[in-house]
Design a protein around this ligand. Structure first.
Ligand code: ZN
Ligand code: ZN
Length: 144
């Protein structure tokens, strides 16, 4: 997978890490380490899952023991930015809830980062997404 393709999901993770740290300037080193240790990893297992027909498979966590990886499909970067952000945020929620349930992961994102993960009815795959205004606020270029 080319670096250029990888970078969209990686950039969104990087901005999520920055946002989180900025929101909680008094966070402990342990929490800071937990968020900063998360890395994006391209995982061939997801693509095998996709080949077997799971069209929703774009990312997962908890795959590699003792590593805070968010495994992603090489196809994740074909999605729009708001969906990539929704998926990455949802996976960060899984990591911080100890691989909690789907609603628990989304609830963590809402409670801790203030971002609502949405599942618009217009998306037949029901992928995680965030509102484009939310995307702009948290991931858009800062005006100064
Ligand atoms: Zn994996
Ligand atoms: Zn999930």
């Amino acid at each position: 997978m080319a670096d250029q393709q990888r970078s969209k999901a990686a950039k969104i993770l990087e901005q999520t890490q920055k946002n989180f740290i900025k929101m909680y300037p008094k966070m402990t080193d342990l929490v800071k380490y937990a968020i900063l240790s998360i890395e994006i990893r391209v995982c061939p297992e997801i693509d095998r899952d996709r080949k077997r027909g799971n069209k929703r498979a774009f990312a997962h966590t908890g795959h590699v023991v003792n590593k805070n990886y968010i495994c992603v499909s090489k196809y994740i970067n074909t999605l729009c930015d708001t969906k990539i952000a929704g998926i990455i945020l949802h996976e960060v929620g899984h990591i911080f809830t100890g691989c909690g349930s789907e609603p628990e992961a989304d609830k963590w994102v809402k409670d801790i980062l203030g971002i609502t993960i949405r599942y618009p009815g217009s998306d037949p795959l029901q992928l995680q997404t965030i509102h484009h205004r939310t995307y702009k606020k948290y991931y858009g270029r800062k005006k100064r």
